[in-house]
Design a protein around this ligand. Sequence first.
Ligand code: OAD
Ligand code: ZN
Length: 246
Amino acid sequence: MVAGTDLRRAAEILASSSRAVAFTGAGISAEAGIPTFRGRGGLWETFRPEELATPEAFSRDPRRVWEWYAWRIRKVLSAEPTPAHRVLAEWEAEGRLAGVITQNVDGLHQRAGSRRVVELHGRITQARCTGCYKTLEFEAPPEEVPPRCRDCGSLLRPDVVWFGESLPEVDWRKAAELSRSCDVMIVIGTSAVVYPAAQLPLIAKASGADLIEVNPERTALSKTADVSLRMRASAALTALDKLLRR
Ligand code: OAD
Ligand code: ZN
């Protein structure tokens, strides 16, 4: 149970902010039925990251990697944005939120209506050619795996960041800039252990921003957060939204 005082405190911080930014992880999409990575029921309980989410795994067994991605693409395409995604999109439209930085690859922020979204880890419904680098957007999971490029015949790969790969430079720069310039960062549904992404709330804090954490569990960031709401994303965001509209 969350103390109402924490919710009110978080709402006050947001109400007096002039440049808030959201930083999100898999937990914000958990209620949309998309499994998280860590914790109970998380993907890494059943799958080994190094067998599926690395460039080495892909060169060893592209079919196996693609089968897993096709399964995840199917889940993402049949999911709907949650009330938490929708509240963030509304806040942006109303000028309360300067943008969303997400570690998620599911595209649910954009589908909820968010416009300024930095996707740090890529997008799962997009593939890119390993030969000619052309990208392609899936409207359905690929029927044949591994899929190949129509133009040059090379293997396509998921357009996501794998372990051992660097983040897209432009996106990282945008995310770091948003983190440095915000006055509040609301951190939702991330275990905050995967770097460099997990550095962003620390950059925000070091630049003077307040940190509001929304996560039912304690995380690596909890000791640094100004307020931790131990709630699910949708319950917390709708409660905050209500308080802000009073
Ligand atoms: P994790 O799976 O590590 O963490 C998910 C977090 O969401 C946990 O702290 C949960 O407690 C929390 N959570 C679960 N349900 C929630 C709910 N309903 N509302 C709010 N929070 C909830 O996911 P990330 O931190 O996003 O990287 O993982 C970071 C990166 O690790 C991912 O982007 C991915 C993975 O390897 C790449 O793909 C490069
Ligand atoms: Zn190609």
